[in-house]
Design a protein around this ligand. Structure first.
Ligand code: ATP
Length: 227
């Protein structure tokens, strides 16, 4: 369970997150929806322990990660969360397999890199470098990298933002499958209201604040949405 309480993030004169509070249950697929500049990435990065909150708390199973020292925060980043970014963030001079292995080697009890790549349908591309792969394939390598650590929480920052429509749909299907089959909590950022319809819960952020939190009673599958 994730519980964010009265979270603020200030950069000098800019308040990127202003009194944010919400709860997320284990295994939920959550979309954080909002316009550009609303404060979504800042929030996701705080949840992932790669940004430090100005004040407030982020409780993960009751433990406040904002109180963690550097050592505990490093362990949290390694073992608890996995990140998927809009532009994949693969290491260009390492193969797909080596990129995944880099993450896998950080943890104990992860998913073997070869298996992680086959779970995303890339078993035949292990030895390719990122520049030899399409955008969709690179994003799938980045998902393999994230899941190879067997994270409790998968944080996805506009994972379809750089992809064409059909490839974006494939990536969303993969994330949906990971969430439903492995009970990983998935938190996905988007500005796209249609994509938000696949979520169990939609947290809308506007002007750095929570505008609404909705349990999505009419949850759709990726095949049912169009944008
Ligand atoms: P986008 O969808 O365009 O990525 P977003 O909703 O993710 O937007 P954030 O990237 O979280 O929004 O940015 C929220 C606000 O915080 C913006 O005004 C941004 O300029 C500011 N901001 C973010 N990171 C920093 C930083 N490191 N230093 C200063 N200001 C920042």
């Amino acid at each position: 369970m994730i519980e964010v309480k009265n979270l603020y993030k200030k950069y000098n004169f800019i308040t990127a997150n202003n009194d944010i509070s919400f709860k997320i249950d284990d295994g939920e697929f959550v979309v954080i929806l909002g316009a550009s500049g609303a404060g979504k990435s800042t929030l996701l990065n705080i949840l992932g322990g790669i940004e430090v909150a100005t004040s407030g708390s982020v409780l993960i199973d009751g433990e406040d990660i904002t109180k963690y020292n550097n050592k505990k925060l490093t362990m949290y980043r390694r073992n608890i969360v996995g990140f998927v970014f809009q532009f994949y963030n693969l290491i260009p001079n390492l193969t797909a397999l080596e990129n995944v292995k880099l993450a896998y080697d950080l943890v104990e009890g992860g998913i073997e890199p070869v298996k992680a790549l086959s779970l995303v349908g890339l078993e035949k591309r292990e030895n390719n470098f990122p520049y030899e792969l399409s955008g969709g394939e690179q994003q799938r390598v980045s998902i393999a990298r994230a899941i190879s650590k067997n994270p409790k929480i998968l944080l996805c920052d506009e994972p379809t933002g750089a992809l064409d429509y059909n490839t974006g749909k494939q990536v969303l299907k993969l994330l949906e499958k990971i969430c439903s089959e492995t009970k990983t909590t998935v938190i996905l950022i988007t500005h796209n209201q249609e994509i938000a319809k696949i979520a169990d819960k939609i947290i809308e952020i506007s002007d750095s604040k929570v505008k609404s939190i909705n349990i999505n009673e009419k949850k759709l599958s990726v095949d049912e949405i169009e944008w």
